[in-house]
Design a protein. Sequence first.
Length: 254
Amino acid sequence: MSKFEKLNVAIRDKKGTSSARRIRLKDQIPAILYHSGLDALSLSVDKKELYKALKTGQVIFEVKIKDENQFVLVKDVQYHPVNDNIMHVDFQKVKEDEKISLEVPLRIEGEAEGVKAGGILVQIVSTITVQCKPTTVPEALIIDVTNLELNSSLSVKDIELAADVEIMTDEDLAVVSVQEPKEEVVEEVLEDEELLEGEEGEEGTEGEEGTEGEEGTEGEEGKESVDGKEDSSEDKKEETKDGKEQKPKEDKQK
């Protein structure tokens, strides 16, 4: 007995958007089956069975096509952008005795020491590419973060792995880390902004003082102008007085 969930599928003769829409109205999901060296085959899958099968977490299923049982890998699932209903599924035909490459979810277990010390756990990678036979595909890969300290990280090579599963992702790639809270960084940024605002305010004040200095210069110029007028008036008075004093002397000589 197969360990894989079974899906009822049917071959689709018609293709295109209109045909896919009619299939969905019949509670069927349009799909396509790819197989190396052969033309792609258009299928339809029972909607309820597909949703139930995907909830199991499996990515490989058993289907019956032209009276032949086959194993297929779910390569891609397209969802509606608004209601998240499945719109289309891509399958890839696989053989039980041949290794395949696929992405498997990465799950975190344990409570990190760094989190207990006030840090924040950050999962950097959510899926890992592995190579294995269809019968040994893990539902998920596990990484234990119990001993992970603050400002530290774990990489792909720290993932727990079964003997018959090979990881294709770079083993030095960081997958999870514990970081210090970002609130402290935000406070520093706010303090810098306040300092900048204070400097701008001081520059504005200096500008105003400069304006007052210019006004003071204009005042001095005005004062000099007035003093000049006063000096000129006094000179004229002295000239007039001298003129008056000279006139009586001339009359006496006559």
